[in-house]
Design a protein around this ligand. Structure first.
Ligand code: PBG
Length: 353
């Protein structure tokens, strides 16, 4: 055999040299669930190690994370029922606690990158991302509501706004509203290919934001479709998106790769709550090693083409790195120390000079 691919896998050093993909904490974004309380740290039952954080705990969490090298956060509000209404008005209300906490994080830690969530569902009595009338989600009347939310979030100091609603035309509409209000530097991380997925379960439980009636299939994408993601990507980019996102992540690696190979805009993958919960559950049963599974999962998301990964394992991974976790054990068996034969093969010794 002239070709033996195993030679390039012989030692950790060689494997390191030929590794095609790098994964760093810089690529990761930590989601945080915020509640309107001074002190509070309630665990999310369906997602171990994730909490609904009060204002003080949020600031502490951000500080701890920064010490681990994490700079990127995506924030979601857990909105009490009494603030919810049909038009999601609390989303842009001046007393909105989510906006206040954001401003405070930015004031204390300006080095953070804060990403928002633009959608009606956390604030809506219907639990849908758009305005509901006669059981239908009304696209065009949702746009000004989202734009108001976007401008309020930009004013609070978010670096990137994350429209997760999947309404048609919302990126362009928001971009115009932001520019008109003077927020030309506030970016947009568009949820471009967001699928109607079973894997958002723990998140909806954390936010208490499940739809009151029906499902999200008239606005979120059909998991059967791949090419349709190209239409969404073309529109979001044309409308001014600074990042395009695929969500969920693991069952959609082909979509991540498709968008990466067909656009120049950075691609984010949202490794969603249900996907993270599955790994934790299997690890709790002792069926998989969580550290290895996290390392492999995040690396594979990078390999598929994700520039950015939003994952509930951001802190877990950063801690692994800080504690000196090596994806590779460097102590190799000493195969190279064995005695080698110096006997020359006949085709060399018989060669006449
Ligand atoms: C809704 C929104 C959802 C998530 C982020 N934004 C849920 C949904 O569409 O119902 C899910 C994130 C996760 O599961 O981790 N605007």
């Amino acid at each position: 055999m002239l070709k033996r691919p195993r030679r390039n896998r012989k030692t950790a050093a060689i494997r390191g040299m030929v590794r095609e993909t790098q994964l760093s904490v810089e690529n990761l974004v930590q989601p945080l669930f915020l509640v309107s309380k001074e002190t509070s740290r309630e665990p999310v039952k369906s997602l171990p190690n994730t909490y609904r954080l009060g204002i003080r705990e949020t600031l502490k969490e951000v500080e701890d994370s920064l010490n681990l090298g994490i700079t990127n956060f995506i924030l979601f509000p857990v909105v009490p029922d009494q603030y919810k209404d049909k038009f999601a008005t609390y989303g842009h209300h001046e007393d909105n606690f989510y906006l206040k906490i954001t401003a405070e994080i930015k004031r204390r830690f300006p080095e953070t990158c804060l990403i928002s969530d633009v959608a009606m569902d956390p604030y809506s009595t219907d639990g849908h991302d758009g305005l509901v009338r006669d059981g239908k989600i009304i696209n065009d009347e949702t746009l000004p509501i989202l734009a108001k939310m976007a401008v309020a979030q930009a004013a609070a100091g978010f670096d990137l706004l994350g429209p997760s609603d999947m309404m048609d035309g919302r990126v362009g509409y928001m971009r115009q509203a932001l520019d008109a209000a003077g927020y030309t530097d506030t970016g947009i991380m568009a949820y471009t290919a967001k699928y109607a997925s079973a894997f958002y379960g723990p998140f909806r439980q954390a936010l208490d934001s499940a739809p009151k009636a029906g499902d999200k299939k008239t606005y979120q994408m059909d998991p059967a479709n791949q090419r349709e993601a190209l239409i969404e990507a073309a529109l979001d980019i044309e409308e001014g998106a600074d990042f395009i996102m695929v969500k969920p992540a693991l069952n959609y690696l082909d979509v991540i790769s498709l968008l990466k190979n067909n656009t120049e805009t950075p691609v984010s993958a949202y490794h969603v709550s249900g996907e993270c919960a599955m790994l934790i559950a299997a690890a709790e049963k002792g069926w998989i090693d969580l550290d290895q599974a996290v390392q492999e999962t995040l690396m594979c998301l990078r390999r598929a083409g994700s520039d950015v990964i939003i994952t509930y394992f951001t802190k877990h991974y950063a801690r692994m790195m800080k504690q000196g976790y090596m994806p590779e054990e460097r102590k190799e068996p000493k195969t190279h120390a064995r005695k080698h034969s110096t006997k020359m093969p006949a085709f060399i010794t018989n060669y006449k000079i």
